[in-house]
Every structure is written in structure tokens, then in C-alpha cells.
Design a protein around this ligand. Structure first.
Ligand code: GLN
Length: 484
């Protein structure tokens, strides 16, 4: 039995029947990491001591009949989520050596459900990027083609799951950073409704857009992880106390459902013919299962990218002001005075993309330009939200490609930030409008994975999961572990 290919559901059955021990399960994943991670580079650091402790605790809970839904299951955690005592750096040199004194809520809840943390995954610095090449450490490689990117910013988490290094992983999605790498690595990745999962203990990028969510190899596994993480948290004022019954119609199928196809999403700049073909085939499969495909329009799609790349940098310029070399991580001790110390620490600690965004955001928020840029971007955000509201009057869910392209070669877009920003064109609308969304594998183009995106109205994770599950069933397309 190779446990690195199994799902949470399958593993729970084995663990509970005593046919598998939490120790063997953990060791098999650690061995897999040892064998493949020199090539994939999904992990920034491993956490063997924490894993051993959690694995033993899960074993005791299983024996006592008190095990949670994730008892003994290996998880990889993106380097933006604080874990007590574990170096957490947001993929940045500026936080090198920072060990949070507390564990954030979402990850804490996974631990409470019995999950076993195997390590910290690589990501773009402060989650800014679409390829994990903006990491302050090293790039991650796509397990399906090692010379290509895994997507980003949660590329390490997506790659860890695709490579069989962890059963599931945690990422964050501000403009697409869970869905896009899930698509490029051929796994399932889900962004919950804004407010579904607490952001307490998440190193902030753009607070009005950030959401924590799962990567896994099945839709059901994603749902199980989401249920464990979600729910109201008094430590995050934007977290909601809505009911968490996201699996209520999980196996209900799509018969009679209306699936919206926005023309603008099928004609975006740079969309590859192979991606279009895979999505067309997915639509046929869903129609075959009884769904009705209806045309809808999201007329402000063209402005989404521009609005996002004002709002996200504006929020990041404010959120990142705290990294001054005084409170956390790196500190330039040789500066002549305090201003120089701030400037030098930030110059050395932040990479190019982070500095670019801080400058863009500071400019957009400056007096004189605030109305022209920030306020205008917020107005567009409202128009985009309204586009979705009207589209959802005509359909239950929106389906499209997750990414206009398959995984591209490492280095192909690093010199041209605009071409990198185009990766998010199909995902960031969901963040601007606060919607739940998922990416599920839907076949190949040029032998590389393609992702199908499903978006639904706010708080309708049940619809997202139902459609994604129905697709998984009718298509028979499964997330596989890459043969490394
Ligand atoms: N690629 C987008 C960006 O660079 C989205 C990142 C994210 O979702 N964290 O901002």
C-alpha cells in the first residue's frame, strides 16, 4: 500500500480500522519528501519534531475513540500562516528567523482536528506573484514538468499535494493564489467566501481580499478540510458565524442546475486553445449530467485586473509598513540613524516585486492621487460585484477556465510583471466580489494539467462543491500524484 496516493477519506477508514498507524503514515510521507523534494522544492523547511508529537497525539486520540476528522493526516502549511515556534517568513528574507509566539486560527483548528504538520511550503514573497518565482529563497518546480512553474503564490502547497508529499495543504488566495496553482499542478484548490475562514495569524497581504483555503486531491477532501478550518473567530472581526454545512447537497449532482458561461472569460487575452478545448469538453460532460449551460456577461472583466493591481498594492503598502527591522526578523544594525535603518532593512529584506507593489500602493494612496486611483478602483470593484450579482440572477454557478494557460517554463515571465499579472485575470474577480470558488483538474493540454473553475454567490460553498463533485463524477478526471 502506498499511502502517499490516498485521500483523507480512505486514510481515515484505514486508521480507524487499525490497518494503518499514524506513525507509518507520517514516515511514508517523510520518505516521499526526502526522495522527491530536492527536485520539486515545495518545502522551505520541515517540521519533524512537531509532526512526531502531533502524530503520537493523533494515535492516542484514535485509540481513545476521540479522533478528529483529520487525525494523523499529513498537511503542508504555506509560509504565510503563523505556527507557534515554527519559523514563518512569508517567503521573505525580511522575516528570516521569525518564530511566531502563537498559531493562527485556521491552522490551529486543523491541528485540533488531528492534522500532522510535515513542513512549511514555499510561496511568492508575501503571496505576491503567480509562479512562486518571487520567493525570497528559491523557486518551486511543477511536479508534472520540473522545468515549469507550479503557479503561485501558493505554489509550494499545490506542488506538495501533486507530488504526494502531503495529503493536503493550506494556502491563501488574494487574487487566485490557491485556484491558479491548483490548476497548474493538477490538484483541487478552493477559495472560500471572504469571511468564511478566520485570517487571524495570517501574515496580511491585502486584507479585504485574502482568504485561507485548502488544496487536496479530491473535492471531498477539500470540503472536509474547509469544514475543519471554517467558522466564526472572535479574533477576526471579518469572520462570519454563518452555518458551516458546506456539504449539504454534496452528491446531489447538477441535473436541473444552470451553469453560467461568461463570454468575457472565454475570450480573455492569451487564453490557450488547448485550455479552451479542455473547458469545452468539461461543459459537455456537465451538460450530459443534466446541467443547463446559459450565457451570462461580466462586462467589467477588462477593468478587473487594473482595479485589483491598485487595491492589492494599496493594502499591501499599508500592511507591510510594520516590517521596519525593529519588531520582527531582519534588522540592519550598521545604519547611522533610525531612518537609514528602516530604509536599509526594507531595501535588503524585500525583493523586487514587493518593493514595486509598496511603491505602487503608496503612490495610489497619496494625497492628490487617491481619488484618481484608489477611489476609482473601489468603484470598479463595486461594478464587478454587481456584474456577478446580475449573472447569478440567471445561473446557479459560473464555470470557466481557472488559468488562461497551462504551467509555463520557469523564467518565462519574470522579466515582464504585466504578463505575470495576466495569470490572475480569471480568478481575481472572485476575490474582488468575495465569492467562493474552486479549481478542479479537467484534463490535459500539451500534457499539462488544466483547471476548471467554479464560482458561486457568497456563502454558497455548497453550490461550488456540488458542481465540482458532479464534474469529478461524470468526467472521471482525477487528481493524480505526479510520477517523480
Ligand atoms: N497573483 C496575484 C498577485 O500577485 C494573486 C496573489 C494571491 O492570490 N496571493 O497579487
Amino acid at each position: 500500500m502506498d499511502t502517499t496516493r490516498l485521500t483523507i477519506t480512505e486514510l481515515q477508514a484505514l486508521l480507524r480500522a487499525r490497518e494503518l498507524s499514524t506513525k507509518d503514515l507520517l514516515e511514508e510521507h517523510q520518505e516521499r519528501i526526502e526522495n522527491v523534494d530536492d527536485h520539486v522544492k515545495a518545502f522551505l523547511r520541515l517540521t519533524p519534531e512537531l509532526a512526531a508529537e502531533q502524530s503520537a497525539a493523533a494515535d492516542r486520540a484514535l485509540k481513545a475513540g476521540e479522533a478528529g476528522a483529520l487525525a494523523g493526516i499529513p498537511v503542508a502549511v504555506k509560509d504565510v500562516l503563523c505556527v507557534r515556534g515554527v519559523e514563518t517568513t512569508a517567503g521573505s528574507q525580511i522575516l528570516r528567523g521569525f518564530r511566531p509566539p502563537y498559531t493562527g486560527t485556521a491552522v490551529g483548528r486543523l491541528f485540533a482536528a488531528g492534522a500532522v504538520m510535515v513542513g512549511v511550503t514555499n510561496c511568492d514573497e508575501f503571496a505576491m506573484g503567480s509562479s512562486t518565482e518571487n520567493s525570497g529563497y528559491f523557486p518551486t518546480h511543477n511536479p508534472w514538468a520540473l522545468d515549469r512553474v507550479p503557479g503561485g503564490s501558493s505554489g509550494g502547497s499545490a506542488a506538495a499535494v501533486a507530488a504526494g508529499e502531503s495529503v493536503f495543504a493550506v494556502g491563501t488566495d488574494t487574487g487566485g493564489s490557491i485556484r491558479q496553482p491548483a490548476a497548474l499542478c493538477g490538484v483541487v484548490g478552493m477559495k472560500p467566501t471572504y469571511g468564511r475562514v478566520s485570517r487571524y495569524g495570517l501574515i496580511a497581504f491585502a486584507s479585504s481580499l485574502d482568504q485561507v483555503g485548502p488544496f487536496a486531491r479530491t473535492v471531498e477532501d477539500c470540503a472536509i478540510v474547509l469544514e475543519a478550518m471554517a467558522g466564526h473567530d472572535p479574533l477576526d472581526a471579518t469572520s462570519s458565524d454563518r452555518a458551516n454545512d458546506v456539504r449539504r447537497d454534496f452528491e446531489a449532482g447538477v441535473k436541473g442546475m444552470k451553469l453560467g458561461v461568461p463570454r468575457e472569460y472565454y475570450e480573455v487575452e492569451g487564453i490557450e486553445p488547448g485550455v479552451k478545448a479542455a473547458i469545452a469538453k468539461a461543459l459537455e460532460a456537465l451538460q450530459g449530467a443534466g446541467a443547463e449551460v446559459v450565457n451570462v456577461s461580466l462586462p467589467h472583466t477588462d477593468y478587473g485586473l487594473a482595479a485589483y493591481y491598485i487595491i492589492a498594492p494599496a493594502e499591501c503598502s499599508s500592511n507591510l509598513a510594520r516590517f521596519d527591522g525593529v519588531k520582527y526578523g531582519m534588522s540592519d544594525q550598521d545604519a547611522a540613524n533610525v531612518t537609514d535603518a528602516y530604509m536599509q532593512t526594507r531595501r535588503l529584506g524585500f525583493g523586487t516585486e514587493v518593493r514595486r507593489r509598496v511603491m505602487l500602493g503608496t503612490y495610489a494612496l497619496s494625497s492628490g492621487y487617491y481619488d484618481a486611483y484608489y477611489v476609482k478602483a473601489q468603484k470598479i470593484r463595486t461594478l464587478i460585484k454587481r456584474d456577478f450579482d446580475s449573472a447569478f440572477e440567471k445561473c446557479d454557478a459560473i464555470v470557466s477556465a481557472t488559468s488562461p494557460t497551462v504551467a509555463f517554463p520557469l523564467g518565462a515571465r519574470t522579466q515582464d510583471p504585466l504578463s505575470m499579472y495576466l495569470c490572475d485575470v480569471l480568478t481575481l474577480g472572485g476575490n474582488l466580489a468575495g465569492l467562493p470558488g474552486i479549481s478542479v483538474p479537467c484534463g490535459l493540454s500539451e500534457d499539462l494539467p488544466v483547471g476548471l473553475q467554479v464560482l458561486a454567490p457568497q456563502w454558497r460553498e455548497d453550490v461550488v462543491l456540488r458542481v465540482a463533485r458532479a464534474y469529478e463524477v461524470v468526467s472521471g478526471v482525477k487528481a493524480e500524484v505526479a510520477p517523480l
